[in-house]
Design a protein around this ligand. Structure first.
Ligand code: HSE
Length: 296
């Protein structure tokens, strides 16, 4: 049977929630999966991804194995790719989630979101992009001995994320290498207090508190220099009325929060005039469903 899987883009960290917070966005990758008797056929993506190391294939095999269902072979097609690669919008998480969800369907739906997230995290290493791709909406996750727990939060009506996507890529591995191994107690307290306050403020829509809470000391200060024009884009976003501003995931996409439907247009016009890195401004809805699988 052929299955179609649609997975949303995700923005992770949201400032202080390093490796924990994430939100699903209404930009989608769509794939088809079909179990076949022998072989691996991948189409619709770059040649370098057409092999057994493909993250969707690895996730598919892992999930079938965990369900006790033999893997016989796979035909997979990437039908539509709206999530840009290596930009901090969860493209690898989307690949992994697609494979897990497709294999879960193939196995007769033995696993709930939490178990699927556990399997996906074995490949990705951290749950912040994966959790919203499974659950939809705004999520916070924690890990204990490889087992995740995720809670979902409401976002106040009218709040939306605006993403500024540059033409250049920033591999997550490089952005993680830039981080220190240890942090001071002051920095740990700063982030946990800001994170806790941010989630409630996003729920109530308290804009002044959101703008003070959406800050961090664990990752962003070490990554600014990896993102050309970061400071310029930030200044223009704040001058254009952003409530708050941060790096999306590990970057290089930058994220602004707004409740003004005209903000994205204003920002886009100024970035086109005042920057050189081809920043594309999108204002996707928040995705509330997470990954969806349909059967033909
Ligand atoms: N939390 C991750 C990071 C997101 O900031 O490195 C990217 O996968």
């Amino acid at each position: 049977m052929k299955r179609t899987v649609r997975v949303p883009a995700t923005t992770a960290n949201l400032g202080p929630g390093f490796d924990s917070f994430g939100c699903a966005l209404g930009l989608y990758n769509t794939y088809t999966f079909e179990a076949i008797d022998g072989g691996l056929e991948i189409s619709g993506c770059a040649e370098k991804y057409c092999n057994p190391k493909n993250l969707s294939v690895r996730a598919y095999e892992l999930t079938l194995r965990e369900a006790g269902v033999p893997y016989t072979g796979l035909r997979m097609e990437m039908l539509e790719t709206q999530v840009p690669v290596s930009r901090g919008l969860g493209s690898s998480a989307a690949m992994i989630v697609a494979g897990v969800v497709a294999a879960n369907a193939e196995a007769g739906y033995p696993f709930d979101n939490r178990k699927m997230l556990e399997l996906a995290t074995r490949i990705e290493g951290h749950p912040d992009n994966l959790a919203p791709a499974f659950y939809g909406g705004l999520t916070a996750s924690m890990m204990n001995d490889g087992i995740p727990d995720t809670v979902t939060y409401k976002m106040a009506e009218g709040l939306r994320f605006v993403v500024c996507i540059p033409t250049f890529e920033l591999p997550t591995a490089k952005a993680r290498k830039a981080l220190p191994e240890t942090y001071s107690r002051a920095d740990a307290v700063y982030n946990l207090s800001h994170g806790a306050v941010l989630l409630k403020a996003l729920e109530t829509g308290d804009k002044p508190v959101i703008s003070r809470a959406l800050n961090d000391r664990l990752h962003q200060p070490y990554r600014f220099s990896l993102i050309p024009e970061y400071e310029t884009v930030r200044r223009i976003a704040l001058e254009s009325g952003a409530i708050a501003f941060c790096i999306s995931g590990a970057g290089p996409t930058l994220l602004a929060l707004t409740d003004d439907r005209n903000f994205a247009g204003r920002l886009s016009a100024r970035l086109a005039k005042e920057t050189q890195k081809g920043w594309k401004v999108l204002s996707p809805d928040i995705d509330r469903h997470g990954a969806i699988v349909t059967e033909e």
